[in-house]
Design a protein around this ligand. Structure first.
Ligand code: ATP
Ligand code: MG
Length: 291
């Protein structure tokens, strides 16, 4: 499902003394089935942009087209349910949204509320819980007795149980341990690759952008200031620093190696790419032997 924002601005608490701009004149196309990352410093408008992608927020001016639905400032809140099922939003600290007595009830709530019969809703819940790595022994537990990481997974399962076409994720791994982070990022990548689910990921982790994203949007002060593939976005470290953004660790390390005289041909973005370049320099003859 393609999403097109056309001159979208959003003002929080418009018409009050507390009014503040969340988005300023943003025009962008998020291609169907893509893996897009949104980066930018704190307060730059990333979460505001994300919430326009499933019409949780409606533009103050401009239009948002989500598949074949057009959202304008005048769009009523009625009939947005099917859209919200297709575009699943995982909030920042999603575990704060849990509320049911048991894990399986919480995950089945969305489908049931959408009119899916009880038995099928539970089957969907179990499948989604399996995807996020929550085993059946937890189904009857209160979600509030789980660890923080498990609660986060249950909340994500609740979104997956709606079988969205597009998954929009607001810093989904914030506060998790390294293993939990990798597991979740791998899950999103698998959903994207194997089931063709589109992903829009808001993140402060440049490694995640380098490892997974096909396309990057950079926000600053409510404006979209740059867009392109990761290699292009990370090609100008001075520009990134100006906007309080960094390079992926592998790229930083490669720059240091280069500064110390190692003749790396270009700046790799991922650890694998860096390792391959270093190996090619250290073992040129062996590489040649293999050919
Ligand atoms: N509920 C709100 N009421 C008023 N202003 C808000 C509200 N939510 C966000 N804003 C303002 O809108 C702007 C964009 O905020 P947004 O939350 O989209 O930024 P962000 O890029 O997601 O930041 P972070 O990285 O901290 O999550 C900020 O100036 C913020 O202060
Ligand atoms: Mg945010």
């Amino acid at each position: 499902m393609e999403i097109v924002l056309d001159h979208v601005s959003y003002t929080y608490q418009a018409g009050t003394p507390f009014a503040g701009d969340g988005l300023r004149d943003v025009s962008v196309t998020i291609p169907d089935g893509s893996y897009t990352a949104i980066i930018g410093q704190t307060g730059s408008g990333k979460s505001t942009l994300l919430q326009h992608l499933n019409a949780l927020l409606k533009p103050t001016t401009g239009t948002v087209r989500i598949g074949d639905r057009e959202i304008t400032p005048k769009t009523s809140n009625k009939n947005l349910k099917p859209l919200r099922a297709k575009v699943g939003l995982v909030f920042q600290f999603a575990e704060n949204q849990l509320f049911e007595e048991t894990v399986e009830k919480d995950v089945a709530f969305g489908p049931k509320n959408f009119g899916v019969p009880e038995k099928e809703a539970l089957a969907r819940a179990h499948h989604a819980l399996d995807l996020v790595g929550i085993s059946p022994e937890y189904y009857e537990n209160s979600p509030f007795d789980l660890s923080g990481g498990q609660m986060r997974r249950v909340a994500i399962a609740g979104v997956l149980a709606m079988t969205p076409e597009l998954l929009i994720l607001d810093e989904p791994t914030a506060g998790l341990d390294p293993k939990g982070r990798t597991e979740l990022m791998t899950l999103f990548e698998t959903l994207h690759r194997e089931q063709g689910i589109g992903i829009v990921l808001v993140t402060h982790q440049m490694e995640d952008v380098a490892n997974y994203a096909e396309f990057v949007l950079v926000m600053a002060d409510g404006h979209l200031i740059k867009q392109g593939p990761p290699a292009e976005i990370f090609s100008d470290p001075a520009w990134l620093a100006e906007h309080h953004l960094g390079l992926p660790r592998a790229a930083q390390f490669a720059r240091e190696l280069r500064a110390k005289g190692l003749p790396l041909p270009d700046i790799p973005l991922t650890e694998q790419a860096l390792a391959a370049e270093v190996l090619a320099i250290l073992r040129p003859t062996r590489e040649a032997d293999h050919e």
